[in-house]
Ligand binder design. Structure first.
Ligand SMILES: Nc1ncnc2c1ncn2[C@@H]1O[C@H](COP(=O)(O)OP(=O)(O)OP(=O)(O)O)[C@@H](O)[C@H]1O
Ligand SMILES: [Mg+2]
Length: 322
């Protein structure tokens, strides 16, 4: 349980320094701060460690990417932030998760439910896992709006839903609101899902491999829409992907995860310019081959991959703050 000393250095400065073309975040509280998150799964015969002390932060309005190969622990981190992991029998979760300055450790299931879909929301890879097939899109928006405002009238919810659907370039929102998910294309459902995740103006949007169930063109379009939406609503994003091309375009800051450990972190530009960790270098070297799913074949017992975490210093701010 040795504290990661590099963390303190980064935490002190990153809020003002590491965002390209950043809006000044000053001394504001992090949207998300995870410290030493550990996860074990209790099995029948043995306990497996999945996360070995993860520390990460997302500043207000910052877009942070978490990249790493399949099975490295990306989705379990997302589920821990949403309080979903803690519901699994057999999952042993330790560490601190602060959200908008509030310590979520020990939050009741009910309190967590009040946060989910309201202050924090999530987009999944596959819309069918979050859209309910037996309700119309309009009914589902109403349900989402009711999480934030239990008394909201259906007509008010409908107007708000139509407005946000237009923001994701849905030109006939009323028709879409009356449709069931199966009546819409995959790309359309994905846009609906993004709009729904943003419906209550969350402070944090977690996007886990969004769009990878779609073909590349639609995926690209979907990501651009998502980016526009989070920009205009000034939403912080935790973006999970193993597509480095997408990460490069989208993220201000990157965390590289390998076998349940953050092995490298820093401003996106610095990581792409000068990847330091052997695993990051391997990811980069294989990047042209990665198109929405493939992962380079890296030797798991390569000792260099177990080297300490690499931390890039924050990029200098053009305005300066001292
Ligand atoms: N409910 C569970 N019980 C036991 N082990 C689990 C459970 N959920 C996840 N794991 C294990 O935790 C590890 C991390 O899984 P996770 O789903 O976070 O990977 P990932 O990085 O999101 O991978 P992918 O890119 O394939 O989505 C894996 O080894 C997985 O087998
Ligand atoms: Mg995953």
């Amino acid at each position: 349980m040795t504290p990661d000393v590099t963390d303190g250095a980064v935490t002190g400065m990153a809020g003002t320094g590491d965002r390209n073309g950043a809006r000044e975040t000053g001394k504001s509280i992090d949207t998300l701060a995870i410290r030493d998150l550990r996860l074990r799964f209790r099995g029948y015969t043995e306990t497996t460690t999945v996360l070995h002390g993860i520390s990460m932060r997302v500043a207000p309005e910052q877009r942070v990417a978490l990249v790493g190969e399949s099975g490295s622990g990306k989705t379990v981190i997302a589920r821990a932030i949403l309080g979903l992991l803690q519901l699994l029998p057999g999952a042993i979760v330790n560490g601190d998760i602060d959200f908008e300055g509030q310590d979520l450790t020990g939050l009741t299931t009910r309190a967590w439910r009040r946060l989910r879909g309201v202050r924090m929301s999530m987009i999944f890879q596959d819309p069918t896992s979050s859209l309910n097939p037996v309700f119309t899109i309009g009914e589902q928006f109403h349900e989402v709006h009711r999480r934030a405002d239990p008394a909201i009238r259906r007509s008010v919810s409908g107007d708000r839903a139509a407005a946000i659907l237009e923001e994701v370039s849905i030109t006939e929102p009323d028709r879409v609101l009356e449709s069931y998910p199966f009546q819409l294309s995959g790309g359309m459902n994905q846009r609906v899902m993004i709009a729904m995740a943003m419906a209550n103006e969350p402070a944090l949007l977690i996007a886990d491999e969004p769009g990878t169930a779609l073909d590349v063109t639609v995926q690209d379009q979907t990501l651009r829409l998502m980016r526009r939406l989070v920009d205009s609503h000034r939403t912080s994003v935790l973006f999970i992907s193993h597509n480095l091309g997408v990460v490069r375009e989208f993220a201000d800051r990157v965390y590289v995860i390998y076998q349940g450990r953050i092995v490298e972190e820093g401003p996106s530009a610095a990581i792409f310019r000068d990847p330091r960790h052997a695993y990051t270098q391997a990811l980069m070297a294989a990047a042209p081959r990665i198109t929405g799913g493939g992962i380079p074949d890296v030797s798991e017992d390569e000792p260099a991959f177990l080297a300490p975490r690499e931390v890039h210093p924050p990029e200098p701010t053009p305005t300066g703050d001292g």
